[in-house]
Design a protein around this ligand. Structure first.
Ligand code: ATP
Length: 370
């Protein structure tokens, strides 16, 4: 498939500080590609280089195979949608969308036809005469995108465009934006710190941390096969157990948790340094409540129930493994099967060893853990 965008080894430094460090990726034509990472990891800097507002210190950016070195922002086949949308309040919807074409010198019925077609495509065919103030947040969003799409960019860059919307509208717009992108077929490069946005909308996601990409993959790959501790923590909810590793007499890698529970791992890991700390991850929904005996390749842990958090399909148990001060989250299926569980009950939890991943302990923390 053709590459709408190819970024090769780009780096950007501000003084001594490297904001973007040797980043490379390709975006195939017509795909929804997201760059996901915490605040300050370098997403906006990367986007600004792609758009042409910053010159990279090194590396290459190509659109449809064409090198953009020295090409001014307004000459690149790319458009940017900002968080604040930047619609012109004194112009109506039609004029807002036509603005770019008119500035380029286009006139006459051709412009009006293009605007009408685009309003159809974004699902607002009757709104051309409306003022911007008469639109809802979601409608403004679609007009801001239409205004960019009329310029027929190869790539549309979106910088946290849902950031200013309230939580409910954000949820709604996730689905809308995904549908809109597949309807119009334009390549989207979307930056966000919200993992749920990235997961729901994207064909591919790059997880960014500290100026570099930790992993690029489909949302499913990132979720099920994270390649680093950072990705395991940043993408989806995860339980993290601090463990130390040793090898058993058959050469299996054993993770020892809380100095007393031994879990055989499916992964083979370096066990030479038995004091080195590792993180063992297990998703809340992979945990089975009171699994019973006799399962093969299964880890079992006795726990006390500290809280039952009922939230319909998202209900969870909070549990504390015996002999620890830690809290784990367990998905609580609403099948009525577990209605007997009460707070302070002592139960067993367990999981298939193939559902865990283990990495060397990272210093990075998503929340204040200590
Ligand atoms: N013009 C600049 N001069 C110096 N440092 C900068 C400049 N622009 C960004 N930085 C630094 O580079 C790092 C990356 O910033 P950037 O805005 O790209 O992050 P981000 O991932 O987009 O964050 P956010 O989600 O908060 O917008 C930050 O530490 C920031 O302080």
């Amino acid at each position: 498939m053709d590459k709408a965008l190819s970024v090769q080894n780009i780096t950007k430094r501000f003084g001594d500080f490297t904001a973007v460090n040797q980043v490379s990726f390709d975006v195939e034509d017509g795909k929804f590609f997201s760059i996901l990472g915490p605040s300050g990891c370098g997403k906006t800097t990367l986007l600004r280089m792609i758009a042409g507002f910053y010159k990279p210190d090194s590396g290459t950016i190509l659109f449809n195979g064409k090198n953009m070195d020295g090409v001014a922002p307004n000459k690149r086949p790319v458009n940017l949608v900002f968080q604040n949308l930047a619609l012109f309040p004194m112009m109506n919807v039609h004029e807002n969308i036509a603005f770019g074409l008119r500035r380029r010198g286009e006139k006459g019925p051709g412009v009006d036809k293009k605007v009408r077609e685009l309003l159809e495509r974004v699902g607002l065919p009757e709104s051309g005469k409306k003022q911007i103030s008469q639109l809802s947040g979601g409608q403004k969003q679609r007009i801001a995108i239409a205004r960019c799409l009329i310029m027929e960019p190869t790539v549309l860059l979106l910088d946290e465009p849902l950031g200013a919307l309230d939580a409910k509208l954000r949820e709604h717009m996730k689905v809308e934006l995904k549908n809109l992108q597949s309807q119009v077929g334009t390549t989207f490069v979307y930056i966000t710190h919200d993992q749920s946005e990235a997961m729901v909308m994207s064909d591919m996601v790059a997880v960014m941390n500290n100026g570099h990409f930790e992993q690029i993959g489909t949302p499913q790959e990132l979720y099920h096969k994270p390649k680093s501790s950072f990705v395991a923590q940043f993408v989806g909810n995860n339980n993290k157990l601090r463990v130390k590793l040793h090898a058993d007499s058959s050469g299996n890698t054993i993770a020892r948790y809380a100095d007393q529970y031994d879990f055989k791992l499916a992964q083979k890991l370096e066990t030479a340094n038995e004091n080195e700390e590792y993180d063992l991850f297990i998703r809340p929904e992979a945990v089975i409540i009171n699994p019973g005996d006799g399962r093969e390749n299964f880890h079992i842990l006795p726990v006390d129930v500290t809280s039952i958090l009922f939230d319909g399909g998202n209900s969870r148990l909070l549990v504390q493994p015996l002999g620890t001060e830690e809290e784990l989250v367990v998905a609580l299926p609403q099948t009525r099967e577990y209605d007997y569980i009460r707070s302070k009950d002592r139960i067993q939890i367990g999981w298939d060893m193939n559902k865990t991943v283990c990495f060397k302990r990272s210093d990075w923390k998503l929340y204040d853990e200590e």
